[in-house]
Design a protein around this ligand. Structure first.
Ligand code: LP5
Ligand code: MN
Length: 252
């Protein structure tokens, strides 16, 4: 039987939207997605890098972020729970934003059960262990004391420092080999063993959307890599029959 326009119970997963005021098409696509697609789901999971960057929750008072918060509130009011996990660009999102938007902050990684299947969720950057320069940077900026000091500066100064890091990151990425910036297979295997081999592992960050079948210690695991929303947005649709990637209908 063909199920055209299947409305059955399902959950949506996205990451790496990199929303910012200078990308109005992506913002419009996201608002459309929240209003017309996510409202039909059981739940929405955002696995990091929702924003191009996040300088601290005091940034949410501007008009742009208010539009996003109101769209999340409308989703919550339609009865759909939204969950958010930090990415490497928006790890400073904290309770003020999450409470205002009525979204639930998840730790990275988080294991959930979807339609009877064990599913491990992560942003993915912590597994890029071959990228030594990035791992060092990550250790520094994920330190609570470093964050408290960073956040004690005025917003404009924080944004200035972030712009400098962004430029440096873009320069350094052009010099790094592509495989250095991908998930390290041993780090992946160790994580999956630690979580006792979930049936699915879903992450973003690498911007290499794909489905990978793994066999580890006699276990079959499906690893889904979410796509970014730069050229062509997409989302994962997970239901009782499994998981598939769906391209956005709204043009970016
Ligand atoms: O994001 P993406 O995929 O393009 O690149 C990442 C890694 N880069 C980053 C940096 C972010 O893109 C931009 C900054 C986000 C803002 C965070 C807000 C709070 C922090 C404020 C800091 C002032 O995450 C990139 C990886 C790539 O993924 C693939 O995995 O390669 O990593 C880098 O390029 C990092 C460089 O290699 C090292 C940068 C060293 C900077 C050292 C400065 C030390 C000062 C510390 C803080 C002031
Ligand atoms: Mn990322």
């Amino acid at each position: 039987m063909t199920n055209i326009g299947d409305q059955s119970s399902h959950t949506l997963l996205i990451s790496d939207l990199h929303l910012c005021v200078s990308r109005p098409n992506i913002t419009a696509a996201f608002l459309d997605f929240l209003q017309n697609t996510a409202t039909k789901a059981d739940a929405l999971y955002i696995l990091g890098d929702l924003f191009e960057y996040w300088a601290g929750d005091d940034a949410m008072e501007d008009a742009y972020h208010n539009i996003i918060i109101r769209a999340f509130l409308a989703l919550a009011n339609s009865g759909v729970n939204a969950y958010f996990m930090h990415g490497n660009r928006d790890f400073l999102i904290s309770d003020s934003f999450c409470n205002a938007a009525k979204i639930t902050l998840l730790t990275d990684p988080t294991c959930i059960t979807l339609y009877g299947q064990k599913v491990l969720l992560s942003h993915g950057d912590a597994l890029c262990t071959d990228d030594a320069a990035y791992m060092q940077f990550r250790n520094q900026v994920r330190n609570a004391q470093w964050q408290a000091e960073f956040l004690s500066q005025p917003l404009a100064e924080r944004k200035r420092q972030i712009e400098a890091i962004r430029m440096r990151s873009e320069q350094e990425k052009t010099r790094k080999a592509a495989d250095i910036m991908d998930i390290n297979p041993k780090a992946l295997a160790d994580l999956l063993a630690e979580y006792d081999y979930p049936a699915f592992f879903i992450h973003g960050h690498t911007h290499r959307p794909n489905e990978h079948q793994l066999q580890l210690d006699g276990h079959n695991i499906t690893r889904w890599v979410l796509g970014d929303w730069y050229e062509q947005g997409s989302y994962l649709r997970f239901d009782a029959k499994g998981c598939r990637s769906v391209p956005l209908i709204a043009a970016i």
